[in-house]
Design a protein around this ligand. Structure first.
Ligand code: IPE
Ligand code: IPE
Ligand code: MG
Length: 235
């Protein structure tokens, strides 16, 4: 079965998952974090090379302080408890997003995690925290303008936070909404999209397997047409 080399996930629906169980939103975020760890390990075990997880958008930073403090504490816990596991699993960690939007402790642990895992060669886990694609593109445009010369597509991509990471082949958004919410707008130009009704804490490894089977059945044409082996155009 053909696997995406790079799987991206918009992990949405934590709050609704908790609300349906009469639990605080923080309980949804905790359960979501457990799913995030299990799903990424499952994807790497299957042979996916890059897994990018949208954990917090730049726009999410305008949520109530109480929710944000809970999320930041969860990220710190994640780094504290999982970096060793990533090292032993030979997985490299990259964290993208605007550090200026995050508490210094989250940024420090993220940088330490990146440093500790930098030799990982089995796969790369990209965590997007305080990330916004328009902000990322604008920063790259401003850097390009200061550079003062016309750039190729590759040179421009190298100015993005995802420098060195191939574009996602497959993007899953859980939680029913069908939008990108400012995620990897440049990088997803030709990404296959998959929208799941399931709320992220309820999205199981088996759900991931089903989504990957859907991906395997798709034909990626990149604007071209399919030409069959005898030279005829297929319909
Ligand atoms: C996604 O779940 C996680 C974050 C954006 C931090 P939400 O918190 O958006 O959950 P819903 O969409 O309100 O259910
Ligand atoms: C998208 O979820 C961002 C993340 C999952 C991190 P949101 O809940 O913020 O998206 P909108 O507001 O429904 O577009
Ligand atoms: Mg949401």
């Amino acid at each position: 079965m053909e696997l995406p080399r790079h799987l991206a996930v918009i992990m949405d629906g934590n709050g609704r998952w908790a609300k349906r169980r009469m639990l605080p939103r923080s309980a949804g975020h905790r359960k979501g974090m457990d799913r995030m760890i299990s799903l990424s390990e499952h994807a790497f075990d299957l042979g996916v090379e890059y897994v990018t997880l949208y954990a917090l958008s730049a726009e999410n930073l305008s949520r109530p302080k109480e929710e944000l403090d809970g999320l930041f504490a969860l990220f710190c816990k994640y780094f504290g408890e999982n970096v060793e596991r990533l090292v032993s699993g030979n997985i490299r960690l990259r964290v993208i997003g605007d550090p200026a939007l995050l508490p210094p402790e989250v940024v420090r642990l993220a940088r330490e995690g990146e440093k500790a895992t930098e030799k990982g060669t089995r796969g790369t886990l990209v965590l997007a925290i305080g990330y916004g694609a328009r902000q990322e593109i604008l920063a790259a445009v401003n850097a390009a303008v200061h550079g003062g010369k016309e750039l190729t597509r590759e040179e421009f991509a190298a100015l993005l936070q995802t420098d060195g990471i191939p574009d996602p082949d497959f993007l899953i958004r859980t939680g029913k909404e069908k939008r990108l919410s400012n995620f990897l707008l440049w990088q997803c130009a030709y990404t296959e999209l998959f929208f799941s009704e399931k709320l992220f804490p309820a999205f199981t490894n088996a759900d991931l397997d089903r989504a990957l089977a859907d991906y395997a059945g798709r034909e990626r044409r990149y604007g071209k047409i399919t030409v069959s082996t005898d030279g005829d155009r297929s319909c």
